[in-house]
Ligand binder design. Structure first.
Ligand SMILES: [Zn+2]
Ligand SMILES: [Zn+2]
Length: 266
């Protein structure tokens, strides 16, 4: 449905390297990256805080890229990193990839939530550095150094790191550089998300044949096998169309093992 068209990608951190080949191969879509400043929507280094949610930030980036290029199709991604909601010592990566089609009034979003990330930060002394750098997957993954107003990003060599330490002086805040072109792990997540989004765009709605038919939400409450009380497991997925609003339920199973039941297995 999109074969031969061009979409504008709102990025300035080389994410097209992960996304463009996938879109070309699976969809026949060319990805164009206009010149724009996406840092205005927030930076990982904290100089510019993100306004609104990750979804809103991605939407703004896609819209800006479309406006700059005059294209009706747009792409953008937004990554968030932080402590896992239940296990605060583990870092979690949430990435979303958004597709906008302004001719069809369509927006499709694919999400990735995973624990494979090098994300970490801390106020470190020179002695504490080696352990941090191992976890940060340095130097294949870049780090940044901050101290007061001093910020040095994209550090990928030991010399540059030591120079930044000397220049910063005093207590130094070291942080993994999560920008895509500095972080191969994040780049790989973007490639996988691009594949998922492309496959989704190939699925037409059974009613109106609009592209992008797929999972819109999941509903918990699969009943316990022994007492029938709803468990926290997913009972069914809801597949939907972003154009006409048609939805279909897809059950995940008929019953949950009693081990997930708060009555049978408190
Ligand atoms: Zn039960
Ligand atoms: Zn439809």
């Amino acid at each position: 449905m999109y074969n031969g068209v061009t979409a504008a990608f709102g990025t300035m951190h080389g994410k097209e390297e992960a996304v463009a080949p996938v879109f070309a191969e699976l969809l026949g879509v060319e990805v164009y990256v206009p010149e724009l400043d996406t840092d205005q929507f927030g930076t990982f280094s904290g100089e510019v805080p993100r306004r609104g949610t990750a979804l809103e930030a991605a939407r703004e980036k896609a819209r800006l890229a479309m406006k700059k290029s005059g294209l009706a199709l747009g792409l953008a991604s937004e990554g968030s990193f932080g402590p896992h909601r239940s296990f605060p010592l583990v870092a979690e990566h949430h990435e979303l990839l958004l597709w906008r089609d302004e001719e069809r009034w369509l927006e499709i979003v694919e999400h990735h939530i995973g624990l494979d990330t090098n994300y970490s930060s801390g106020v470190l002394t020179a002695e504490e550095l080696p352990a941090f750098l191992r976890q940060a997957r340095f130097p294949s993954h870049a780090v940044m150094v901050k101290s007061g107003d001093f910020v040095r990003k994209g550090i990928r060599t030991e010399e540059a790191l030591l120079a930044a330490f000397r220049e910063a002086g005093g207590p130094v805040h070291v942080q993994t550089d999560m920008r895509a072109h500095m972080n191969p792990t994040r780049m790989e997540v973007l490639r996988v998300l691009a594949e998922r989004l492309a496959h989704r765009l190939l699925q037409p709605c059974p009613d109106c044949s609009c592209p992008g038919w797929g999972l819109v939400r999941s509903v918990n409450g699969l009943p316990c096998e022994s007492c029938r009380v709803p468990t926290p497991l997913v009972q069914y997925d809801v597949l939907g169309c972003g154009c006409c609003g048609k939805e279909q339920l897809r059950p995940r199973g008929t019953q949950a093992s009693a081990m997930y039941c708060h009555i049978c297995n408190p």
